[in-house]
Write a protein that binds this ligand. Sequence first.
Ligand SMILES: NC(=O)c1ccc[n+]([C@@H]2O[C@H](COP(=O)([O-])OP(=O)(O)OC[C@H]3O[C@@H](n4cnc5c(N)ncnc54)[C@H](OP(=O)(O)O)[C@@H]3O)[C@@H](O)[C@H]2O)c1
Length: 325
Amino acid sequence: MDKIRWGILSTANIGRQRVIPAIQHSNNGMVAAIASRGIKRAQAVAREMDIPRAYGSYEELLADPDIDAIYNPLPNHLHAPWSIKAAEAGKPTLCEKPFAGDAAEAQEMVDVFKSRNILLAEAFMYRFHPRTQRAKQLVDEGVVGKVKLMQASFSFLMSPDRRAGDVRMKKEMAGGALMDVGCYCVNVIRLMLGEEPERVTASAVWADSGVDMNMVGTLKFPSGALAHFGCGFDAVPDSNYEILGDEGQILVESGFVATANAEQVIHVWRGDKHEVITIPGVDHYQLMVEDFADALISGRPPRFDPQDAAENMRVLDRLYISARV
Ligand SMILES: NC(=O)c1ccc[n+]([C@@H]2O[C@H](COP(=O)([O-])OP(=O)(O)OC[C@H]3O[C@@H](n4cnc5c(N)ncnc54)[C@H](OP(=O)(O)O)[C@@H]3O)[C@@H](O)[C@H]2O)c1
C-alpha cells in the first residue's frame, strides 16, 4: 500500500476548499470517494473535484471495501457518532476539530478506536506547520526562559446574514465560538506549555441561539504559568499567540491560519534583541494528511495521540461550566 484511498464524509466546505485538494496533492494519498446525504450533491462535487466514486449516503461510503481511511468534516455533533461508525466499519479516521460534542464523547471515540487498534486523529492542521514546530522547539529550548504567561486569540466576523443558517450558531449541533475557534487557543496553549491546566475560568457573551458568541478564558498550570485566550464570531479577525517567559518573548502572528505558499514569521525578543525567524510557506493540511497516511502505511501512531484530543475537550467542557456560572 503506497497510496491511501480516502473517503470523504460529506461535501463540507472545509473538505472542498482545503482537505480534498490537500489529499489530491499529497504524496501518499488519493481521494477515492465522497458521500453526501443526497446523491446529486455527491455526484456534482465528485465531478467538479475529479473524485472517482460518489455515494448518496454516509453508510455506503463506510461499507466500501476499497476505502482505506475516512476524513470526517461533519458538523461538530456528528463527529463522534460517525467516527465511531467508521471504526465499526474498520476505517481509520481523521476527524475534524473540535473532536466531539464534549469530553465524554471524545473519550468514547478514543476508546473505541483503541480497542479495535484502528488509527484515529484530530484534524488540527496548524500543528503540522513547521512554524508551530519551531515555536514549540524555541519554548522547549528555553529561549524565553521559564514560561510565565501565554495568550492566544482566534476571532473573525461572521456576517449577520450568515448567522441564521450557520451550523456554528446552533447549540444542538455543538456550535459556539469556543468549539469553533477557541479550541485552537486551548490546544496551542496546552501544546506550548506541555501540561494540563489545574484551574480554568471563563466568561462568555451568548447568542440568542444559546451558543457562545465570544468567550475569554484563563488557565492556570501546575508549573505556575498562566494563560488567557479570547475567541469570537463578531470581532475582527485575529489568530495570534504569544509566549512570555522571564527571559524573553515569542510572538506567532496568524498562528492558526496559513496560506500554502506564504512565508510565515516568528518574532523572538530576548533582552533588547529582536529576531525575526522566517519559515517557508507550506500547506499544513497536506502535511497533516500525509502524516496520517504515512502512519497508516508504516504502522506507526499518528504524530499527535488522539488522547490529546480528548484532553483538549476536557478543558473545553470545564470552560463551558465556568462560563455558565
Ligand atoms: N480544520 C479547519 O481548518 C476547519 C475549518 C473549518 C471548519 N472545520 C470543521 O469542519 C467541520 C465542518 O465545517 P464546515 O464549515 O466545512 O461545515 P459545512 O460546510 O456546513 O459542512 C458540513 C457538512 O455536513 C453535512 N451534514 C450532515 N448533517 C448535517 C446537518 N444536520 N446540517 C448541516 N450539515 C450536515 C453536510 O454535507 P452533505 O450535505 O454533503 O451530507 C454539510 O455540507 C466542523 O466540525 C468545523 O469545526 C475545520
